[in-house]
Write a protein that binds this ligand. Structure first.
Ligand SMILES: Nc1ncnc2c1ncn2[C@@H]1O[C@H](COP(=O)(O)OP(=O)(O)OP(=O)(O)O)[C@@H](O)[C@H]1O
Ligand SMILES: [Mg+2]
Length: 265
């Protein structure tokens, strides 16, 4: 008998429903979006709810903002990460130093970049093992390649990160930024190769601003291809109903049936 895919609750109201119950266990989900779209809040919510509601410890790897800033921002939603860290339910890895180092040595050799990266990644691995963490967040992937302009070097960096993600086997959410007008769904167009799932967040400024989430791919999951409206409120991110009519899966099948009926008339 085929084994059912185990699901990991996202902790984001409405999202599990879109994903047949949650992320597939062990998935590596790329959360892509422009500045201020809500990526970090989604990540914090995934870890906080995981630790408090589902007894699943998690590790947050920060390459963008120092952990102190992250903690303060999350506290705005009542999510006390400091407390969870003290209780060994959450681990925090400050990888922002990577940025400073690569800034200091712009011409740093690939070897020394990889050396530093590997030592940071082994710190992540040790923490995951110590806490028995099953959830991991990397916020953000491009942060590891800050100021690195050579595409081959970036590929090597992401390859190293990808190896760690497979090695630890956590259900991982990793962020990347979408540069407006680039036509890409990630900063460098290579991050998605590490991912078994891709979700895109966007902020549309029409007559009134609208936040949207779109699940572009999620291996092992029959998901809607609709855009979903979401809000950020005092409780964090909340997924509302679908917007528009773009659909595959069930909707797509319905469309095919209608076409077949029309042809047979
Ligand atoms: N307490 C809050 N209530 C409502 N909205 C909030 C609150 N705090 C932040 N926001 C909204 O969330 C946005 C920031 O979300 P977040 O930091 O998750 O974005 P991000 O996608 O990670 O951005 P970046 O690309 O800069 O990392 C803010 O710009 C604001 O619009
Ligand atoms: Mg962020």
């Amino acid at each position: 008998m085929e084994e059912a895919i185990e699901r990991v609750h996202t902790g984001i109201p409405g999202l599990d429903h879109v994903l047949e119950g949650g992320f597939p266990k062990g998935a590596r989900v790329l959360l892509a979006g422009g500045a201020g779209c809500g990526k970090t809040i989604c990540c914090g919510q995934y870890l906080y709810k995981g630790a408090t509601r589902y007894s699943e410890p998690g590790v947050y790897v920060s390459t963008e903002e120092p952990p102190t800033e992250f903690r303060a921002n999350m506290l705005r939603f009542g999510w006390d990460f400091k407390k969870l860290e003290a209780e060994k339910k959450i681990g925090m890895v400050d990888a922002v130093y990577q940025r400073v180092e690569s800034e200091m040595a712009e011409q740093e050799s690939l070897q020394s970049i990889l050396y530093n990266l590997r030592s940071k990644l082994s710190e992540v691995k040790i923490l995951v093992e110590q806490l028995g963490a099953t959830r991991l967040v990397v916020d953000s992937l491009p942060g590891f390649g800050f100021r690195v302009t050579d595409l081959n070097t970036l590929r090597e960096i992401f390859l190293e990160v990808g190896l760690l993600l497979k090695d630890v086997g956590c259900t991982t959410v990793m962020t990347t930024e979408i540069v407006e007008g680039s036509g890409l769904i990630s900063r460098y167009g290579i991050e998605e190769f590490l991912a078994t799932g891709v979700m895109v967040l966007s902020l549309v400024k029409q007559s009134s601003p609208l936040r949207k989430l779109f699940v572009r791919k999620m291996r092992g999951t029959s998901h809607s291809l609709n855009d979903f409206a979401f809000t950020i409120g005092t409780e964090g991110v909340n997924i509302k109903g679908p917007i528009g009519v773009r659909s595959a899966g069930h909707g797509g099948r319905r469309l095919q049936t209608q076409r077949r009926k029309r042809r047979s008339r």
